[in-house]
Design a protein around this ligand. Structure first.
Ligand code: CMP
Length: 573
């Protein structure tokens, strides 16, 4: 491969191979992601033929994770996250602890040290975001209470991994490793934990309190320019910018940063558009995630160590599932939730590779362990669809064997949680509805706008600045320069011409003549009631006129009619 075009060839070959293998997988009634994984294996260094740049593919995959997490964040509000915390926080923590213990046990059976066991166990304890989300999406579960719990659980796992990644180098020393660790070993563990927690806390504070004040404002600012491409670009800039910035500054993962970027943006009225704009990129780049996993995989490990691979896979699929579903049931949530969470998390992915890589570089984990983790990842991702089917089958079986248990266990808590989530969702919908209603009112009041499509109305709405006036207040003074055009929403105004007065009611507009002619105001306009206006400033008026030629024509026609009327009245006709 020519090095100069490494990026292009990696992307091109990845897309072509993924499309072909994805199609074949679909024909074979397998999930398309199995096809993507196979495409990755084919492009990887362990199989003959084309070899793509593993490093580049890994970075592109990271883009996929960022965009995907951003997408989830867009559909997730802070209150929803808080609503599932009572199950997600203890669930994820206990699952990580128990899964890690199981990993340590397995490793000590293989004769590996404690450090290897911890890295191995931790790697297997955390699931892949991409895989979980694709699985939930496919089953239409993302917005269900069970789906929300699974995603919340994953977010807590991600947070725990942030801590694990910074602690590993420090711990490496005390766990007795090669010299590579010594350099990292300085500084007490407590200091490291404290500093990490502090950074995460600062990040959370900014994400929760400052982000929602800045990001929606920024989006509105950009949307007002009316440039669609600038809007899409800004959505991506905010997503990737926050992801990268938070990783650099606060040491949280790209994915977590992107998730919060999405959550922050979800508060804006423009979040639907942001979601629609970023979806195609999310889809394309998440495919690259599977390709890059495939590329890292060395199939020979299946022949070299079949038993160890089977044990790893068993721990990921069966061990983790049993742990997760037991926790959910013990916390008194229903069986259906326990099975969804268990199936969704019965796989490992991106974080595991990072942890395993770090473990090897610190001399904690033997290379063999990394190969096993990769094999476990690719197999558990491939089998995940079957695990989900198994969980559904298991649910039916429990329902048949123990109908009373299946019916009653966790019912109350589930109902409370569902109600709480429904309330949060309803509040969001209410906000959307109010926005819709405002737009509809605008259309009803101003027939001028009735011909516009949805997106244009949304944009136009952003251009307006609300303004009020009290009776007797002079809104426009004759002879002034034109600074804006006014739409009367409520109350009435009087246009005081030299020899007559014209009253304007809600639905009418004024102040257009000076803007169109570039000259001075032709009359005084005085409020005769308490008035509400929507104002288009001069700059926005020009934008509006060039963007909607139909509206410009209508406004110009009205201005001409008015000035003709004024001239003929003046001439005493
Ligand atoms: P402008 O000249 O910018 O400021 C005064 C406004 O009064 C003018 O734009 C029109 O919008 C409005 N106006 C002027 N003449 C009439 C009229 N005959 N009937 C209604 N409105 C008018």
């Amino acid at each position: 491969m020519h090095n100069e075009v490494a990026l292009i060839s990696t992307v091109a070959v990845s897309f072509v191979a993924a499309a072909i293998f994805g199609f074949i997988a679909d024909r074979l009634r397998l999930p398309p992601l199995v096809g993507y994984l196979v495409a990755g294996i084919a492009m990887g260094p362990f199989t003959p033929g084309f070899i793509a740049d593993t490093n580049l593919a890994g970075q592109l995959a990271e883009m996929g994770v960022i965009l995907l997490m951003f997408g989830v964040g867009l559909h997730f509000s802070t209150s929803e996250l808080l609503a599932v915390r009572r199950i997600a926080v203890p669930g994820a923590i206990v699952q990580i602890l128990l899964a890690t213990l199981a990993g340590v046990a397995l490793c000590s059976f293989w004769g590996w040290g404690l450090g290897a066991g911890i890295v191995f166990g931790l790697s297997l304890s955390v699931a892949s975001t991409v895989v979980l989300l694709k699985a939930l999406e496919e089953r239409n579960l993302v917005n269900s209470a069970n789906g929300r719990v699974a995603v919340g659980w994953l977010i807590v796992e991600d947070l725990a991994m942030v801590l694990a990644l910074v602690l590993l180098p420090t711990l490496a020393d005390s766990l007795g490793t090669s010299g590579a660790a010594a350099a990292h070993g300085s500084g007490s563990i407590a200091m490291t934990i404290g500093l990490t927690l502090l950074k995460v806390a600062v990040f959370a504070f900014i994400a929760i309190y400052i982000g929602p004040r800045i990001v929606p404002w920024l989006l509105t600012l950009i949307a007002r320019t009316g440039s669609r491409e600038l809007f899409t670009l800004s959505v991506l800039a905010i997503a990737l910018g926050i992801a990268y910035g938070s990783a650099e500054l606060f040491g949280v993962s790209f994915a977590l940063g992107a998730f919060f970027a999405g959550v922050i943006m979800s508060e804006s009225n423009l979040s639907h558009r942001a979601a629609a704009d970023s979806l195609p990129l999310q889809n394309a780049f998440s495919v690259l995630f599977f390709i890059s996993v495939g590329m890292l995989f060395d199939p020979s490990v299946l022949v070299r160590e079949p038993v160890a691979v089977a044990a790893t896979l068993f721990l990921i699929i069966v061990g983790k599932s049993i742990i997760a579903s037991a926790i959910v049931l013990i916390l008194r949530y229903p069986i259906a939730m326990s099975l969804t969470v268990a199936a969704g998390l019965a796989q490992v992915g991106e974080f595991s590779f990072i942890l395993a890589g770090l473990g090897v570089s610190l001399g904690l984990l033997p290379k063999e362990g990394q190969d096993l983790i990769l094999a476990g990842a690719i197999l558990s991702i491939t089998l995940n669809a079957f695990v989900f089917s198994g969980a559904e089958w298991g649910h039916k079986l429990v329902g048949r064997l123990w109908p009373a248990f299946s019916e009653r266990h966790g019912k109350q808590k589930h109902e409370t949680l569902s109600r709480e989530l429904a309330k949060i969702r309803a509040a969001g919908e209410e906000r959307d509805r109010k926005h819709e209603q405002k737009l509809k009112q605008l259309i009803d009041t101003f027939p001028l706008f009735s011909q516009m499509d949805r997106n244009s109305r949304d944009e136009l709405f952003l251009l307006f600045r609300p303004k009020t006036a009290t009776p007797g207040e002079k809104v426009i003074r004759v002879g002034d320069r034109g600074d804006g055009m006014y739409f009367v929403v409520a109350g009435s105004v009087e246009v005081r011409l030299e020899d007559a007065a014209v009253q304007l009611e809600p639905g009418a507009f004024f102040g257009e003549m000076a803007l169109l002619s570039g000259g001075r105001r032709t009359a005084d306009v005085v409020a005769i009631d308490f008035c509400q206006f929507l104002v288009l400033d001069r700059r926005d008026f020009n934008l509006f006129a060039s963007r909607y030629p139909g509206l410009r024509t209508a406004v110009t026609a009205m201005a001409r009619e008015r000035s003709e009327m004024n001239v003929s009245r003046h001439n005493g006709d």
